[in-house]
Design a protein around this ligand. Structure first.
Ligand code: ACO
Ligand code: LMR
Length: 267
Protein backbone atom coordinates (compact mmCIF):
# COMPACT_ATOMS: atom_id res chain seq x y z
CA UNK A 1 0.00 0.00 0.00
CA UNK A 2 0.85 3.65 -0.04
CA UNK A 3 3.32 4.56 2.70
CA UNK A 4 2.99 8.16 3.70
CA UNK A 5 5.81 10.06 5.33
CA UNK A 6 4.54 11.32 8.69
CA UNK A 7 3.90 15.04 8.48
CA UNK A 8 6.21 17.37 10.41
CA UNK A 9 3.37 19.81 11.03
CA UNK A 10 -0.36 19.64 11.47
CA UNK A 11 -2.35 22.78 10.70
CA UNK A 12 -6.07 23.15 11.20
CA UNK A 13 -6.89 26.80 10.53
CA UNK A 14 -5.97 27.76 7.01
CA UNK A 15 -5.49 26.03 3.65
CA UNK A 16 -3.89 27.78 0.71
CA UNK A 17 -3.31 24.75 -1.54
CA UNK A 18 -6.47 24.75 -3.65
CA UNK A 19 -7.68 27.32 -6.10
CA UNK A 20 -8.90 29.43 -3.28
CA UNK A 21 -7.46 30.26 0.11
CA UNK A 22 -9.76 29.22 2.92
CA UNK A 23 -9.90 30.25 6.57
CA UNK A 24 -10.92 27.25 8.64
CA UNK A 25 -12.78 25.81 5.65
CA UNK A 26 -14.49 29.03 4.61
CA UNK A 27 -13.27 30.20 1.17
CA UNK A 28 -11.91 33.73 1.24
CA UNK A 29 -14.51 34.93 -1.31
CA UNK A 30 -17.24 33.88 1.15
CA UNK A 31 -15.48 35.66 4.00
CA UNK A 32 -15.66 38.77 1.82
CA UNK A 33 -19.15 38.25 0.32
CA UNK A 34 -20.68 37.52 3.71
CA UNK A 35 -18.86 40.51 5.17
CA UNK A 36 -17.45 38.50 8.05
CA UNK A 37 -14.96 41.31 8.56
CA UNK A 38 -11.89 41.35 10.80
CA UNK A 39 -13.96 40.01 13.72
CA UNK A 40 -15.16 37.03 11.66
CA UNK A 41 -11.61 36.41 10.46
CA UNK A 42 -10.39 36.33 14.07
CA UNK A 43 -13.23 33.98 14.89
CA UNK A 44 -12.15 31.54 12.16
CA UNK A 45 -8.39 31.76 12.54
CA UNK A 46 -8.17 31.92 16.33
CA UNK A 47 -11.18 29.94 17.48
CA UNK A 48 -11.82 27.59 14.51
CA UNK A 49 -15.49 28.45 14.27
CA UNK A 50 -17.93 31.04 13.07
CA UNK A 51 -18.90 32.89 16.20
CA UNK A 52 -22.13 34.91 16.15
CA UNK A 53 -22.14 38.46 14.85
CA UNK A 54 -22.28 39.99 18.34
CA UNK A 55 -19.05 38.22 19.33
CA UNK A 56 -17.22 39.14 16.10
CA UNK A 57 -18.30 42.78 16.47
CA UNK A 58 -16.95 42.71 20.03
CA UNK A 59 -13.50 41.68 18.75
CA UNK A 60 -13.62 44.64 16.35
CA UNK A 61 -14.74 46.96 19.13
CA UNK A 62 -11.79 45.80 21.27
CA UNK A 63 -9.37 46.37 18.38
CA UNK A 64 -10.69 49.91 17.90
CA UNK A 65 -10.61 50.98 21.54
CA UNK A 66 -7.23 49.41 22.28
CA UNK A 67 -5.60 50.67 19.05
CA UNK A 68 -3.85 53.51 20.83
CA UNK A 69 -3.72 55.42 24.09
CA UNK A 70 -1.34 58.22 23.23
CA UNK A 71 2.40 58.60 23.04
CA UNK A 72 3.07 58.55 26.80
CA UNK A 73 2.36 54.87 27.48
CA UNK A 74 5.15 52.28 27.64
CA UNK A 75 4.50 50.67 24.26
CA UNK A 76 4.20 53.82 22.17
CA UNK A 77 7.16 55.38 23.98
CA UNK A 78 9.43 52.43 23.15
CA UNK A 79 8.30 52.43 19.53
CA UNK A 80 8.96 56.16 19.19
CA UNK A 81 12.42 55.97 20.78
CA UNK A 82 13.32 53.02 18.54
CA UNK A 83 12.05 54.76 15.40
CA UNK A 84 14.08 57.84 16.31
CA UNK A 85 17.17 55.65 16.72
CA UNK A 86 16.82 55.04 12.98
CA UNK A 87 15.40 51.55 13.20
CA UNK A 88 12.94 49.95 10.77
CA UNK A 89 9.19 49.39 11.19
CA UNK A 90 9.38 45.83 12.50
CA UNK A 91 12.10 46.60 15.08
CA UNK A 92 10.21 49.67 16.29
CA UNK A 93 6.86 47.92 16.54
CA UNK A 94 8.38 44.89 18.27
CA UNK A 95 10.18 47.20 20.74
CA UNK A 96 6.76 48.60 21.68
CA UNK A 97 5.07 45.22 21.81
CA UNK A 98 7.71 43.90 24.19
CA UNK A 99 6.47 46.25 26.93
CA UNK A 100 3.08 44.50 26.98
CA UNK A 101 2.80 42.47 30.14
CA UNK A 102 1.23 42.27 33.58
CA UNK A 103 1.45 46.01 34.24
CA UNK A 104 0.73 47.38 30.80
CA UNK A 105 -1.81 45.95 28.37
CA UNK A 106 -1.03 42.32 29.09
CA UNK A 107 -2.99 41.78 32.29
CA UNK A 108 -5.94 40.24 30.43
CA UNK A 109 -4.99 36.57 30.65
CA UNK A 110 -4.25 36.62 34.36
CA UNK A 111 -7.30 38.80 35.04
CA UNK A 112 -9.43 36.29 33.14
CA UNK A 113 -7.97 33.32 35.00
CA UNK A 114 -8.34 35.00 38.42
CA UNK A 115 -11.89 36.34 37.92
CA UNK A 116 -12.96 33.01 36.42
CA UNK A 117 -11.48 30.94 39.27
CA UNK A 118 -12.92 33.22 41.97
CA UNK A 119 -16.36 33.14 40.33
CA UNK A 120 -16.22 29.35 39.90
CA UNK A 121 -15.42 28.73 43.55
CA UNK A 122 -18.27 31.03 44.54
CA UNK A 123 -15.94 33.40 46.37
CA UNK A 124 -17.57 36.64 47.45
CA UNK A 125 -15.92 39.62 45.63
CA UNK A 126 -14.99 41.13 49.01
CA UNK A 127 -13.25 37.88 50.00
CA UNK A 128 -11.43 37.87 46.65
CA UNK A 129 -10.15 41.42 47.28
CA UNK A 130 -9.17 40.53 50.87
CA UNK A 131 -7.35 37.41 49.76
CA UNK A 132 -5.34 39.29 47.13
CA UNK A 133 -4.45 41.95 49.69
CA UNK A 134 -3.41 39.32 52.25
CA UNK A 135 -1.15 37.67 49.66
CA UNK A 136 0.29 41.08 48.71
CA UNK A 137 -0.83 40.56 45.10
CA UNK A 138 -2.28 43.17 42.75
CA UNK A 139 -5.63 42.34 41.21
CA UNK A 140 -5.07 42.00 37.49
CA UNK A 141 -7.45 44.14 35.42
CA UNK A 142 -7.88 46.67 38.23
CA UNK A 143 -6.20 50.09 38.44
CA UNK A 144 -5.09 52.82 36.12
CA UNK A 145 -2.39 55.47 36.21
CA UNK A 146 -4.62 58.35 35.02
CA UNK A 147 -8.18 57.07 34.78
CA UNK A 148 -10.38 56.86 37.87
CA UNK A 149 -14.01 57.10 38.95
CA UNK A 150 -13.55 60.90 38.74
CA UNK A 151 -12.00 60.68 35.27
CA UNK A 152 -13.79 57.64 33.81
CA UNK A 153 -12.36 55.65 30.93
CA UNK A 154 -14.82 55.94 28.04
CA UNK A 155 -13.32 52.82 26.46
CA UNK A 156 -14.40 50.78 29.46
CA UNK A 157 -17.82 52.43 29.44
CA UNK A 158 -18.35 51.50 25.77
CA UNK A 159 -17.17 47.92 26.23
CA UNK A 160 -19.34 47.49 29.33
CA UNK A 161 -22.39 48.87 27.52
CA UNK A 162 -21.79 46.50 24.61
CA UNK A 163 -21.31 43.38 26.72
CA UNK A 164 -24.22 44.02 29.05
CA UNK A 165 -26.59 44.67 26.14
CA UNK A 166 -25.41 42.01 23.67
CA UNK A 167 -24.09 39.05 25.73
CA UNK A 168 -26.80 36.48 26.50
CA UNK A 169 -25.29 36.14 29.97
CA UNK A 170 -22.34 37.86 31.66
CA UNK A 171 -21.84 36.62 35.24
CA UNK A 172 -18.06 37.07 35.30
CA UNK A 173 -18.35 40.62 33.98
CA UNK A 174 -20.85 41.22 36.80
CA UNK A 175 -18.31 39.74 39.23
CA UNK A 176 -15.51 41.99 37.94
CA UNK A 177 -17.79 45.05 38.30
CA UNK A 178 -18.55 44.00 41.87
CA UNK A 179 -14.81 43.79 42.55
CA UNK A 180 -14.41 47.28 41.08
CA UNK A 181 -17.13 48.62 43.38
CA UNK A 182 -15.02 47.43 46.33
CA UNK A 183 -11.57 48.54 45.11
CA UNK A 184 -12.75 52.03 44.08
CA UNK A 185 -13.95 52.55 47.65
CA UNK A 186 -10.30 52.17 48.66
CA UNK A 187 -8.81 54.36 45.92
CA UNK A 188 -10.65 56.11 43.06
CA UNK A 189 -8.11 54.92 40.45
CA UNK A 190 -8.68 51.25 41.25
CA UNK A 191 -11.23 50.97 38.46
CA UNK A 192 -11.90 47.97 36.25
CA UNK A 193 -9.53 48.88 33.43
CA UNK A 194 -9.62 48.05 29.70
CA UNK A 195 -7.72 44.82 30.29
CA UNK A 196 -10.10 43.84 33.08
CA UNK A 197 -13.36 44.42 31.23
CA UNK A 198 -12.17 42.64 28.07
CA UNK A 199 -10.87 39.74 30.17
CA UNK A 200 -14.12 39.32 32.10
CA UNK A 201 -16.21 39.57 28.91
CA UNK A 202 -14.05 36.96 27.21
CA UNK A 203 -14.46 34.56 30.15
CA UNK A 204 -18.21 34.95 29.76
CA UNK A 205 -17.88 34.36 26.02
CA UNK A 206 -15.76 31.24 26.49
CA UNK A 207 -17.53 29.81 29.49
CA UNK A 208 -21.11 31.01 29.74
CA UNK A 209 -22.50 31.78 26.28
CA UNK A 210 -22.75 28.14 25.08
CA UNK A 211 -20.34 28.71 22.20
CA UNK A 212 -17.48 26.56 23.52
CA UNK A 213 -17.36 23.41 25.59
CA UNK A 214 -16.16 23.87 29.17
CA UNK A 215 -12.79 22.32 28.26
CA UNK A 216 -12.33 24.45 25.13
CA UNK A 217 -13.25 27.59 27.05
CA UNK A 218 -10.77 26.79 29.84
CA UNK A 219 -8.04 26.03 27.31
CA UNK A 220 -8.52 29.30 25.46
CA UNK A 221 -8.37 31.21 28.73
CA UNK A 222 -5.09 29.46 29.63
CA UNK A 223 -3.48 29.73 26.18
CA UNK A 224 -3.05 33.51 26.08
CA UNK A 225 -5.79 34.16 23.53
CA UNK A 226 -7.23 37.08 25.50
CA UNK A 227 -4.00 39.10 25.68
CA UNK A 228 -3.84 38.54 21.92
CA UNK A 229 -6.72 40.98 21.45
CA UNK A 230 -4.77 43.81 23.08
CA UNK A 231 -1.59 42.86 21.22
CA UNK A 232 -3.40 42.96 17.88
CA UNK A 233 -5.25 46.19 18.67
CA UNK A 234 -2.22 48.09 19.99
CA UNK A 235 -0.12 47.07 16.97
CA UNK A 236 -2.29 49.49 14.96
CA UNK A 237 -1.23 52.38 17.18
CA UNK A 238 2.42 51.34 17.31
CA UNK A 239 2.59 51.36 13.52
CA UNK A 240 0.99 54.82 13.66
CA UNK A 241 3.61 56.12 16.11
CA UNK A 242 6.43 54.68 14.00
CA UNK A 243 5.10 56.38 10.84
CA UNK A 244 4.50 59.61 12.75
CA UNK A 245 8.11 59.85 13.96
CA UNK A 246 9.51 59.00 10.52
CA UNK A 247 7.16 61.46 8.78
CA UNK A 248 8.41 64.25 11.02
CA UNK A 249 12.02 63.09 10.62
CA UNK A 250 12.48 63.17 14.37
CA UNK A 251 16.12 63.04 15.49
CA UNK A 252 17.79 60.52 17.79
CA UNK A 253 16.25 60.74 21.23
CA UNK A 254 18.43 61.28 24.28
CA UNK A 255 16.81 61.57 27.67
CA UNK A 256 17.59 64.90 29.43
CA UNK A 257 20.05 64.73 32.33
CA UNK A 258 17.85 66.92 34.51
CA UNK A 259 15.21 64.19 34.42
CA UNK A 260 17.57 61.54 35.79
CA UNK A 261 18.72 61.31 39.40
CA UNK A 262 22.25 59.95 39.34
CA UNK A 263 22.90 58.12 42.59
CA UNK A 264 26.26 56.47 42.36
CA UNK A 265 26.99 54.56 45.59
CA UNK A 266 30.52 56.05 45.67
CA UNK A 267 29.27 59.63 46.07
N1 ACO B 1 -5.00 45.69 42.92
C1 ACO B 1 -4.92 46.04 44.22
N2 ACO B 1 -4.33 47.16 44.65
C2 ACO B 1 -3.81 47.95 43.72
C3 ACO B 1 -3.85 47.65 42.35
C4 ACO B 1 -4.47 46.45 41.97
N3 ACO B 1 -4.54 46.11 40.70
N4 ACO B 1 -3.23 48.62 41.66
C5 ACO B 1 -2.79 49.51 42.54
N5 ACO B 1 -3.12 49.11 43.79
C6 ACO B 1 -2.86 49.78 45.03
C7 ACO B 1 -1.37 49.72 45.35
O1 ACO B 1 -1.07 48.57 46.10
C8 ACO B 1 -1.18 50.98 46.14
O2 ACO B 1 -1.66 50.79 47.45
P1 ACO B 1 -1.00 51.58 48.68
O3 ACO B 1 -1.22 53.03 48.39
O4 ACO B 1 -1.76 51.05 49.85
O5 ACO B 1 0.45 51.19 48.63
C9 ACO B 1 -2.11 51.96 45.44
O6 ACO B 1 -3.11 51.17 44.85
C10 ACO B 1 -1.42 52.77 44.38
O7 ACO B 1 -0.63 51.90 43.62
P2 ACO B 1 0.28 52.38 42.45
O8 ACO B 1 1.28 51.31 42.12
O9 ACO B 1 0.77 53.76 42.70
O10 ACO B 1 -0.76 52.43 41.28
P3 ACO B 1 -0.42 52.88 39.87
O11 ACO B 1 -1.37 53.95 39.56
O12 ACO B 1 1.01 53.18 39.68
O13 ACO B 1 -0.65 51.53 39.05
C11 ACO B 1 -1.26 50.03 37.47
C12 ACO B 1 -1.37 51.44 37.92
C13 ACO B 1 0.20 49.71 37.04
C14 ACO B 1 -2.17 49.83 36.27
C15 ACO B 1 -1.66 49.08 38.63
O14 ACO B 1 -2.94 49.43 39.07
C16 ACO B 1 -1.61 47.62 38.27
O15 ACO B 1 -0.52 47.04 38.22
N6 ACO B 1 -2.80 46.98 37.98
C17 ACO B 1 -2.88 45.58 37.73
C18 ACO B 1 -2.37 45.24 36.36
C19 ACO B 1 -3.27 45.77 35.26
O16 ACO B 1 -4.47 45.60 35.28
N7 ACO B 1 -2.63 46.38 34.24
C20 ACO B 1 -3.34 46.89 33.09
C21 ACO B 1 -3.58 48.37 33.20
S1 ACO B 1 -4.60 48.98 31.83
C22 ACO B 1 -3.65 48.99 30.47
O17 ACO B 1 -2.45 48.89 30.57
C23 ACO B 1 -4.24 49.05 29.08
C1 LMR C 1 -3.37 52.04 27.54
O1 LMR C 1 -4.36 51.68 26.89
O2 LMR C 1 -2.24 52.12 27.02
C2 LMR C 1 -3.54 52.42 28.92
O3 LMR C 1 -4.77 52.29 29.46
C3 LMR C 1 -2.38 52.61 29.77
C4 LMR C 1 -2.24 54.06 30.17
O4 LMR C 1 -1.48 54.32 31.12
O5 LMR C 1 -2.87 54.93 29.59
Amino acid sequence: GLIRKPAAFISTICDERGQELSYCGVPITQVLERQLGVGGTISLLWFQRELPEWACKFFELVLIVTADHGPAVSGAHNTMVTARAGKDLISSVVAGLLTIGDRFGGALDRAAADFCAAYDRGQHPQEFVNEKRAKGELIMGIGHRVKSINNPDSRVRELKAYVTSRWPTWPVTRYALDVEAITTRKKPNLILNVDGIVAAAMVDLFRHCQLFTQEEGNNYIQMGSINALFVLGRTIGLVGHYLDQKRMKQPLYRHPWDDITYMSPLH
